[in-house]
Design a protein. Structure first.
Length: 319
């Protein structure tokens, strides 16, 4: 009897140790596996199989839209009219409006006072207090996402609108008032901006409004030429040049995310929100993806990268 009792006790002990090990592993592994960046591909495949290819809830972004620009068909729509933080994507709205106020070849004196309004730690294009063409400054806003360039553009544009303004801060404040009126008149009803750089936690937009502003800007060849470059060299009025590197990782040939069919457009991030707008050419068509509110830099690229692969493999989209 004693032998049997000891044998059972030994087996129970082994089982108890195994169960304890599994429990401890689960405590650490399950939360890790649930994070959006871990096992991303496996999760997407499982969710895709269970819920359909474009089931919205397995995308990390708070809001997301995929549209076929050839016919305006929307294939993914996740909270497309829910307001989110635009971050640097606010610059797209600023550029659309500024382009209605001045010609691309307008010579803009970069006001040192305006440059100094750039917030510490924010992205810059290293704009100097010298003369730029307006299209130089647009490139500086789009490629390296220069906040300093955004302040210079807003300051210059309001000098046209309100020449009586006393200083750069006042001119930029008035410019933003005019900009918001313009946005409402153009039908961007869910977008409101307070800072031309987008470095503002009170600003709001939607992927639906971003789809509209991106579509409008893509009608301009100069815009396409700028946003499609991994590195952009601007020639200034004095003949000097300035080169900027694009923040869009899809355009970087050294990146794991590089995709030759991506033709722009722009990134944006602020606080814990990571945003991305991408123009993709495939099957003789153009697709626009607008993504707002991902939890990390990699998760925004993972989301969009998965969509790009789905487009590539879609039999329906080849028709």
């Amino acid at each position: 009897m004693k032998r049997k009792y000891k044998r059972r006790t030994s087996r129970f002990g082994i089982f108890f140790v195994f169960l304890t090990a599994v429990t401890i592993a689960g405590v650490f592994f399950i939360p890790w596996a649930m994070k959006p960046d871990n096992f991303r591909n496996e999760k997407n495949k499982i969710n895709s199989w269970l819920n359909g290819i474009f089931f919205q809830d397995f995308y990390n972004a708070k809001s997301l839209i995929l549209v076929d620009l050839s016919n305006d068909n929307i294939f993914i729509s996740k909270r497309e009219n829910e307001q989110q933080l635009p971050a640097s994507l606010a610059k797209l709205f600023v550029i659309e409006y500024a382009a209605t106020l001045a010609d691309l070849d307008s010579i803009v004196p970069a006001n040192y006072e305006a440059i100094q309004l750039t917030k510490p730690g924010s992205s810059v294009a290293n704009i100097d207090a010298k003369k730029y063409f307006l299209h130089n400054l647009f490139a500086a806003m789009l490629v390296p996402s220069g906040n300093d360039a955004a302040y210079v553009v807003a300051d210059y544009c309001d000098s046209i609108l309100s020449p009586q303004a006393k200083n750069s801060q006042e001119r930029i404040n008035v410019f933003m008032e005019h900009l918001n009126n313009y946005l409402q008149n153009q039908g961007y009803e869910n977008t409101i901006l307070y800072d031309p750089s987008g470095y503002d936690v009170n600003a709001l937009t939607t992927v639906s409004d971003l789809k509209s502003v991106s579509t409008h800007l893509l009608e301009k060849q100069w815009f396409r030429d700028i946003v499609s470059k991994s590195n952009y060299t601007a020639t200034l009025p004095d003949g000097s040049t300035q080169t900027w590197r694009n923040t869009n990782t899809f355009l970087d040939q050294t990146s794991e995310y590089y995709n030759e069919n991506v033709k722009g457009i722009k990134t944006g991030s602020l606080s814990n929100d990571y945003n991305l707008v991408v123009l993709y050419q495939q099957h003789g068509k153009e697709f626009l993806i607008c993504s707002l509110g991902s939890q990390s830099d990699s998760s925004r690229y993972d989301d969009v990268n998965y969509i790009l692969k789905t487009i590539d493999e879609s039999d329906y989209l080849t028709k």
